[in-house]
Write a protein that binds this ligand. Structure first.
Ligand SMILES: [Zn+2]
Ligand SMILES: [Zn+2]
Length: 207
């Protein structure tokens, strides 16, 4: 399970994950662990420093840029700009040689984008905003969210053929799903990226 936001607090026992890997310590990514976790949890050191109050027994540290195998799945954390108070990472996730995903639900940019996206088959990205950057500058850092259109350019430049947008903002959520899916597909076509809009319960088989 990647991330465990506050809305999962009451559902975590039912989901019964074997492992949880966190991108950052914002409530919508980590506060589902406020009552503890039924399994080991991996996060960066800086992420753990914000979650000291949570009664999590099996705290594991994942270091940026160092691949780690969790339950047979390889995770590499890549630092992304998103928040000064809750530094975030995106995960390059791979199984076997062929399947590589990059997952980053909240980001302005990926610090080492070329390495993060090299050979990736599916980019799962930040759906907070379609075309308008939600970015502020604070103490030399950029914080907020890159628009979908910018992320599609990253995919184009890295040769990533597919993208799924998740963790969507109001502009995407309020629109009818079919209509927005078509719109996203059109935006993707400009960058030669096949785009899907995520929805609750979505599953994809990766080969
Ligand atoms: Zn966040
Ligand atoms: Zn978020």
């Amino acid at each position: 399970m990647v991330d465990c936001g506050a809305d999962w607090l009451r559902h975590l026992r039912r989901v019964a994950p074997h492992a949880i890997v966190l991108t950052h310590a914002h409530p919508d990514h980590a506060f589902g662990l406020a009552h503890g976790a039924p399994c080991p949890v991996w996060a960066t050191e800086v992420c753990w420093s914000s979650l000291t109050r949570f009664p999590i027994d099996e705290r594991r540290v994942i270091r940026p840029n160092r691949p780690l195998t969790v339950e047979g799945i390889r995770f590499t954390a890549f630092p992304v700009e998103h928040s000064v108070l809750a530094p975030a990472v995106g995960y390059r996730i791979s199984v076997g040689r062929a399947t590589r995903i990059f997952y980053a639900p909240d980001l302005v940019f990926i610090v080492d984008r070329a390495s993060a996206l090299r050979g990736v088959s599916i980019y799962v990205g930040d759906g907070a905003t379609l075309t308008r950057p939600l970015v502020r500058r604070r103490t030399g850092h950029l914080i907020g969210h890159a628009p979908v259109t910018t992320q599609l350019e990253w995919c184009r430049d890295a040769g990533v053929p597919r993208a799924i947008f998740t963790h969507c903002g109001s502009a995407i959520v309020r629109a009818p799903h079919e209509e927005m899916s078509t719109h996203l597909a059109d935006l993707g076509a400009r960058c030669a990226v096949a785009v899907e809009l995520a929805y609750d319960g979505m599953s994809r088989v990766l080969r």
